[in-house]
Design a protein around this ligand. Sequence first.
Ligand SMILES: C[S@@+](CC[C@H](N)C(=O)[O-])C[C@H]1O[C@@H](n2cnc3c(N)ncnc32)[C@H](O)[C@@H]1O
Length: 492
Amino acid sequence: MTSEAADDLRKLVYPETYFVGLAPPEMRLALLSRGILAPTRRPLRYLELGFGSGFSLNVHAAANDGAFWGNDFVRAHVDGAASIASISGADAHFLPDSFTELLKRDDLPTFDVIAAHGIWTWVPDEDRDAIVEILKRKLAPGGAFYVSYNNTAGWASVVYLRQMMKLYLAERGGGADVADAVAFARSLQSAGAAYFKENPTAAAEVALMGKRDPVYLRQEYFLDDWKLMSLAEIEDALGPAGLQFGAQFPLIMHDDELVLGERGLAIIAKCETPILRETVRESFQGMGFRQDIFVKEASLLSPDERREHFRAERFLLTTQSRNVALKGGSPWGELDLRARGCVPVMQAFEAMGPGPHVLKDIEASLPDINIDDLISRIILLAAVKVVRPALSVEEERAASKRCAALNAYVLGLPGGAAVLASPVLGAGVDISPLERALIVSQAAGKVTIDDCAAEITRACPGELNGRSAHQVAASLHADHLPIFRAMGLIPS
Ligand SMILES: C[S@@+](CC[C@H](N)C(=O)[O-])C[C@H]1O[C@@H](n2cnc3c(N)ncnc32)[C@H](O)[C@@H]1O
């Protein structure tokens, strides 16, 4: 491949995506869960490296009180993201620089949060070095670095699958494409190649490839740069910038009772170093993709300080308790929210009205539950997205106009499912086509169940699955409307 062709492949226009783990309140909760205080400076200074479509950055810039910066060396990404920021009026700066060019700028502030989602594994060594240098110079003490990457514990076997498909494409030159390489891998699998029997993760990957986005497939499997790492290797790489592991996403990984069980907990109890303890967790998790938060000069909280910070946090119940599936499967066994004591906590939220509610008020209404148990239950409910962390009232006020403008723009675009910016959560909210119909009709001042049914019939009749539009509209009004109002997605 010529170097220009390799460059073209690296500079693909990336599809529009949203990642909730990049939202400042979600990071704050993940760190607090592990007894670490997230950056408290307001306005927050936030930098997203390689922002792609920039949609996550735009949502977070609209929904939080701060200055949001980002870089991406694909011009179309920068122009697209900047035009959306001009709609919301957020304090956002989209730079067309590469990571090495970013280091040469003298107009960057120091940042409280730096984030790199979908970058670390897929760039060459010199870019990883530039990122470490950015963190060294530009992440403030107490600051947090979010990084996601492909993880050895879950994906080691996929290294070989990738090599095999790349070799096939190299041999065929311009006469084959990604789909041919996938078909080649499948032909080996159906001919009984032992590799696929020995490595079920690789077999499952090949099975999924037909459903994957083609840009994702090219970036994951056919770029030259692709370095799988373990948590310990990432911590080593970030050491020169003064960073240490802090916490990880998704929050369900914080649930040692579920993920490690008694035997895993007994092993952890005998490990002396934090990194070995985390490596034990990593081995029980067995994930192919990790999302971690590293911290610089972390503010570690004592158990009492952690309790006090939790008490002051606001949370929003995002699903009516009657609609929550109390039992569900997980890779580590069944998760039973009732058995884990979550039902009275949800009921306490409901008894206090739509919210958000400060945890100390929930604590006061549940005198039989001690604060440490209550915190564990809240983390579990947050892990299954039944509650979400919320901003302070002052931050919420500052964000609501920006979110309204961004959401009006998003709802004006064609399409079904969408992500809207919540000034209450400081984050994006996924909405289904039916939920969108409810929000669109409310935003147009058409507030009755009949209005909503008419919008469903117009916009997404294919979603009804045999139910009447009126029936679905009535249940959206009963179950979703109060929650969307509480999230600030519908003007009150
Ligand atoms: C896999 S995409 C991830 C995009 C986004 N963070 C997301 O997760 O949706 C990687 C992004 O990093 C950008 N990128 C890769 N190498 C870069 C570099 N050296 N400097 C700036 N941007 C880079 C690409 O243009 C692309 O938008």
